[in-house]
Design a protein around this ligand. Structure first.
Ligand code: ADP
Length: 290
């Protein structure tokens, strides 16, 4: 089972004629609300990859629809608590030329406590995986508890924050980042990735696939991406990571888990949208046969 400590956001999309200027009042031409947040996206991806996933997180009373949707998608929502803060949300303005501006309010995502995580992890064993990202409170406490329980601890260092990564590095079994985050991390700590105290380091390279560094053996391999024509790359990284972690949790070797993650990531970039369109295992397997 994957225990995912992660954000849940309402993604509030507004189509606008142009990005709003200081002091301006502007009417949107269209509005759409979707389920988002890196945490929620990854939980959906793990569930779609047919692994068990317990989501640890928080919403406000205005976020019950998001919990219901996660449940519909096969995520165990018993450890998503309801708090007084509003549900985390992103106000996403999309101008007619495609440019966007995004305002995020973490809200309930920052109300997750150490005790809340401890409650959820009483169900975990050393055969389980603890996954988290950088959009939630109590990360260090969560990773410390998971590590003490002997769980596999996986961190997706996104959105990047040097202090947050440094605090959890010694607790990690695997670290997943995109190319930009990997560069930010090397710059921030002044050492190359191969010198990090983490056994498995996975760097996604978009259309160039991904790189896997095994710091135990010194192996450094690059895996080419599946060639596709992308239409919307949002959510590719979350989908890749969810599939990768789901596969590792089921005991798959890293090469196979990476291959599955890349298949899912490639399908994801051919679709518009985020959590609601993450491919399921059957889509991924069918694409493989074709
Ligand atoms: P992020 O969304 O976090 O920036 P990436 O863009 O690196 O992450 O994408 C994650 C994974 O999704 C890649 O490692 C790759 O497997 C897949 N992917 C992303 N973009 C493409 C693409 N254009 N073609 C094929 N696969 C892609």
């Amino acid at each position: 089972t994957v225990f995912n400590l992660g954000s849940i956001n309402a993604d509030l999309f507004y189509d606008v004629p142009h990005l709003i200027a200081p002091g301006e009042t502007l009417a949107a031409t269209r509005h759409f609300r979707g389920l988002g947040g890196k945490g929620a996206n990854m939980s959906v991806a793990v569930a779609r990859a047919a692994s068990r996933v317990v989501h640890i997180g928080a919403v406000g009373a205005d976020g019950r629809w998001a919990v219901d949707r996660l449940l519909e998608y096969g995520v165990d929502t018993r450890h998503i608590v309801e708090v007084d803060d509003p549900t985390g949300h992103a106000i996403i303005m999309v101008a007619s030329d495609g440019e966007n501006a995004i305002l995020i309010h973490p809200g309930a995502n920052h109300a997750v406590t150490e005790t809340h995580i401890a409650d959820a992890l009483t169900e975990a064993t050393e055969a389980d995986t603890f996954l988290f990202q950088n959009e939630i409170s109590s990360q260090v406490a969560g990773a410390t508890q998971a590590s003490a329980r002997g769980m596999r601890v996986v961190y997706a260092a996104a959105p990047f924050d040097a202090q947050a990564v440094k605090a959890v590095l010694p607790l990690l079994d695997a670290l997943v980042m995109n190319e930009v985050e990997a560069r930010q991390l090397s710059d921030a700590i002044g050492v190359s990735l191969t010198d990090l105290p983490v056994r498995d380091i996975i760097v996604t390279l978009g259309a160039d696939g991904c790189r896997w560094l095994n710091t135990d053996t010194g192996e450094d391999q690059t895996f080419p991406a599946i060639p596709v024509t992308p239409v919307d790359t949002t959510g590719a990284g979350d989908t890749f990571t969810g599939y990768l972690v789901a596969a590792l949790d089921r005991g798959m070797p890293m090469e196979q888990a990476i291959s599955l993650g890349q298949q899912a990531g490639a399908i994801m970039v051919t679709r518009h949208g985020t959590a609601d369109v993450i491919p399921d295992l059957k889509d991924v397997q069918d694409a493989r046969l074709g």
